[in-house]
Design a protein around this ligand. Structure first.
Ligand SMILES: Cc1cc2nc3c(=O)[nH]c(=O)nc-3n(C[C@H](O)[C@H](O)[C@H](O)COP(=O)(O)OP(=O)(O)OC[C@H]3O[C@@H](n4cnc5c(N)ncnc54)[C@H](O)[C@@H]3O)c2cc1C
Length: 441
């Protein structure tokens, strides 16, 4: 089942040329295109399915600095401002609110970890409040339990995954850009070693600048022209319930269950970090680079099945540019949710927050979370193809930092002062034998 998602109209004919082409209409691609269009560039977004229909509509909607890795924290902080500014400057509603995020725990080690992060966050000017037992129990009153402690991050918030990417797409249209759905980019053309065009199923767009923001499909696309991008995905299954519960926090995380208020007044329910690994040829190819990540996360991962291999997003096959590709066969990556996880998630949520008993399950879905080996996105020019930029591998954090990532891409494409230091995101780091520690999720 697909996650709820607003639909938008596709632009008319594919342009013959553009100043920049963005491949992929997820949150990263649309924000990249938006910030390019704001600089006066003629931008075309090509999306093989529907805008936002993969990870960007399937997530919880958290936009957080809380517990972010040092490499991503500046982008997370800038993104919160950009979410806010976007609504004012574009007149579009992404559902973003600085509602604050609440974390509750009875585990001393977890609380110590959050306190440690708070000390680091202070050095970056980020405000987060550690809660003692009485404060945590009061803020978590809807659980009817007492808690040893917790954290409240007042400046963080949530946006609505069913609204956000379509809202940004509408803003691109207002700025004179075009948005082409059911239009897969099959590959690229080069002249003299530089990018000269993007080949789509509906024709070729001449351009000197393009952005590959294809989420879980990025590595197999790059494989077509020999660029090695280590990327692997995990299937995460979640559900939503109808409106009706009262007095719940807007966004609550506990080790067993996380709950987020949706734009329609319902809630998204999920178990943090839990996922299934559906083995694919690409995962086997990059397995040695993912060992540190796997060792860090194996407790919450379980073996999956064959649906990842069958869907083709992690294929190692080469395809022709004049024939349909796997991206036209699977317009929307819509994996089957893990029913055991859905049942467990719902049962845990009802146990923790009894008022959820007044609601009913409205939808359940899964999404492939695409990750890099260090859990930090790859954003930067692909140096073997000047003019082509990669923005993928958002490792479960890309929705909240979508605006900052899109802004950074636009900075790099136009040679402007980057909004944050791009060094940590350079895709070339994976060519080296080691690339730093694995980020927390
Ligand atoms: C269950 C779940 C919970 C999550 N929770 C959070 C959260 O609370 N907060 C957070 O920050 N992040 C969260 N994430 C992660 C977040 O959703 C992703 O990191 C983010 O949406 C990635 O955005 P993207 O634009 O890179 O990719 P996507 O949203 O996957 O978009 C990529 C798009 O590119 C298109 N595409 C691919 N190849 C081509 C091609 N060749 N031609 C044309 N189109 C192409 C695809 O169809 C797709 O629409 C979660 C993810 C999941 C699955």
């Amino acid at each position: 089942m697909r996650a709820p998602l607003q639909q938008i109209e596709t632009s008319g004919e594919l342009p013959q040329s553009a100043d920049a082409v963005v491949i992929g209409g997820g949150i990263v691609g649309v924000f990249a295109a938006y910030y390019l269009a704001r600089r006066g560039m003629k931008v075309a977004v090509v999306e093989k399915g529907r805008m936002g229909a993969e990870q960007s509509s399937r997530n919880w909607g958290w936009c957080r600095q809380q517990n972010r890795d040092a490499r991503e924290l500046p982008m997370a902080t800038r993104s919160l401002d950009l979410w806010e500014r976007f609504a004012a400057e574009a007149g579009e509603n992404t559902g973003f609110r600085r509602c604050g995020l609440l974390y509750l725990s009875n585990d001393e080690a977890e609380l110590a970890g959050w306190a440690h992060w708070r000390d680091f966050a202070r050095t970056a000017g980020v405000i987060t409040h550690m809660l003692d037992s009485s404060e945590a129990s009061e803020r978590g009153g809807a659980t009817g339990r007492s808690w040893k402690g917790g954290v409240f991050s007042p400046n963080d918030g949530t946006a609505d995954p069913s609204q956000a990417a379509p809202a940004v797409a509408r803003a691109i249209l207002k700025l004179g850009g075009s948005v082409h759905q059911n239009c897969a980019a099959r590959g690229i053309e080069t002249e003299g070693g530089r990018l000269s065009g993007v080949v789509t199923e509906s024709g070729t767009i001449r351009t000197k600048m393009a952005v590959m923001a294809g989420g879980a499909w990025a590595s197999s696309f790059c494989h077509q022209f020999g660029f090695r991008f280590p990327q692997a995905s995990v299937r995460s299954s979640i559900l939503s319930v109808s409106p009706g519960a009262e007095g719940l926090p807007d966004a609550l995380h506990t080790a067993k269950i996380s709950v987020t208020r949706r734009g329609d007044g319902g809630y998204t329910l999920a178990i943090s970090g839990r996922g299934r690994v559906d083995v694919t040829p690409q995962q086997l190819r990059f397995s040695s680079q993912f060992v540190p990540m796997f060792l860090k996360r194996w407790r919450s991962l379980a073996p999956g099945g064959l649906q990842g291999a069958l869907s083709g997003h992690e294929t190692l096959k080469r395809w022709r540019l004049d024939r349909p590709t796997p991206m036209e066969r699977v317009r929307i990556l819509d994996p089957v949710p893990d029913q055991a996880t859905i049942r467990l998630t719902h049962a845990r949520a009802l146990d923790l927050l009894p008022d959820l008993g007044k609601t009913r399950i409205s939808a359940a879905w899964a999404g492939y979370i695409d990750s890099t080996p260090d859990g930090v996105p790859a954003i930067g020019e692909i140096h073997s193809v000047p003019g082509l930029f990669l923005a993928a591998g958002f490792s479960g954090h890309g929705f909240g930092i979508g605006p900052g990532a899109g802004h950074l891409v636009a900075d790099l494409v136009t040679g402007a002062e980057p909004i944050v230091d791009p060094a940590s995101y350079d895709p070339r780091r994976f060519d080296a034998p080691s690339w730093g520690k694995v980020a927390d999720f």
